[in-house]
Design a protein around this ligand. Sequence first.
Ligand code: MRU
Length: 367
Amino acid sequence: MKVNGEKYRTIWPAEDGSGVVIIDQTKFPHTFETTSLLDLEDAAHAIRVMQVRGAPLIGATAAFGVALGMKADPSDESLHAACDTLLATRPTAVNLKWALDIARKRLIQIAPERRAHAAFELASQICDDDIATNMAIGMHGMELITEIAKKKRPGEPVNVLTHCNAGWLATVDWGTATAPIYMSHDSGIPVHVWVDETRPRNQGAFLTAWELGHHGVPHTVVVDNAGGHLMQHGKVDLVITGTDRTTADGDVCNKIGTYLKALAARDNGVPFYVALPSSTIDFSLSDGLSQIPIEERSGTEVSHITGLTEDGRTETVEIVAPGSDTANPAFDVTPARLVTGLITERGVLEANRKAIVKAFPERMKMS
Ligand code: MRU
């Protein structure tokens, strides 16, 4: 996507061959800043502290992390150690394991002296594939938006509600939930997006709103609790979210609060779609609630908030009564029965095993 007239991906190899460049997502929404990852530990750190985040981008960064590790030491031991280090960075997004499994399996078969080069090629391929996948998701999702737009008065926007950031910043480009929105907007279909702020880290307010604003997509940021009210008043035509891990039976794990949006959507007859690449499907799991590991993050994300003061200083302030306990589960699971459809690179699927296996038979065999 374009930022100040220049085309960007979220991650790319440095031109001078020194490492990999990322957009530092901890600096949003006030600063657009790139930073370099020079070694394996830089890559692991970037995922851990969420300089990069979002399931597909975590996977792509891990692939580049392996390449940086191979550049320093291409031995078998180093390959396994690099994959293990990166796998331990965040627990929920399965794209991390997906990318590392591919890297480990491919690179172990390659002679150590050629491993670094092969690892960089593989990471670049994963990035290119991610973009192609998201564009396919965008085309399929745009068909859903087009159908809704046909029932509207001329010029009346299709209102999409989204949670967290499943935008281009969460992928290599285009995003998953946002790809249908960008494509519809670019094709002249009027779209308006309700952006959930997504406490505690505010990925909606900080990242999705920033993205949509830079692309000229009309949008409104709302507090996380507003979605149900908006749906009761007919102000949401459909919900599209992303996911960090979806089971073979169609249970969807995504940013905390997604489940409540799905419940409200069901109660109000609003379609609830989840956009995802097949790399986010964990074909080894069936029941999301009991089987998907939910990341538990620091309570300070709940008790403190960081923002910009009027005179331009970044300040962190406490917003919870001192001494209160806090809990911070970062994801929740929406059962398949609440999901209207999965928007994948191979079309819009019902959220059940039969439809998922039929669309991706080769992935099921591999798991
Ligand atoms: O904790 P985050 O910011 O990594 O969580 C991101 C999400 O929940 C996204 O919705 C998900 O990764 C899908 S990204 C296309």
